[in-house]
Design a protein around this ligand. Structure first.
Ligand code: FES
Length: 106
């Protein structure tokens, strides 16, 4: 696993989302009511730019902008069609120096 820096926690308050690049993968990092959650920015249905879609900060769901599937941000599991496969999610933590980091496989 490698750590990818997202930024200081102050820059990711509740209701905010930030995109980070992790090699060939783009990841959306969300502050969902204080829970930090990360999901790949690629829809499992047709590779739509998932994190460009609206998201529901109360339900912790993101809506694919292409065909409207809703995904649980914690599990990556789609809650509505047409997507039926999960999108990868990643552990997020706050380092001792206050930086938010995402763990991604090497
Ligand atoms: S590309 Fe996301 S629902 Fe189709």
């Amino acid at each position: 696993m490698s750590e990818v820096e997202v930024g200081p926690l102050e820059e990711l308050p509740p209701g905010a989302m930030k995109l980070v690049e992790a090699g060939l993968v783009t990841i959306g990092v969300y502050n969902c009511g204080g829970r930090l959650l990360a999901i790949e920015d690629r829809c499992s249905h047709d590779d739509g730019p998932l994190c460009e879609g609206d998201w529901d900060a109360e339900a912790c769901m993101v809506v694919c902008p292409r065909h409207g599937s809703r995904f649980d941000l914690e599990s990556g599991i789609p809650m509505s069609l047409p997507a039926f496969q999960a999108v990868p999610t990643y552990p997020v933590s706050i380092r001792e120096d206050g930086l938010v980091v995402v763990e991604v496989p090497d």
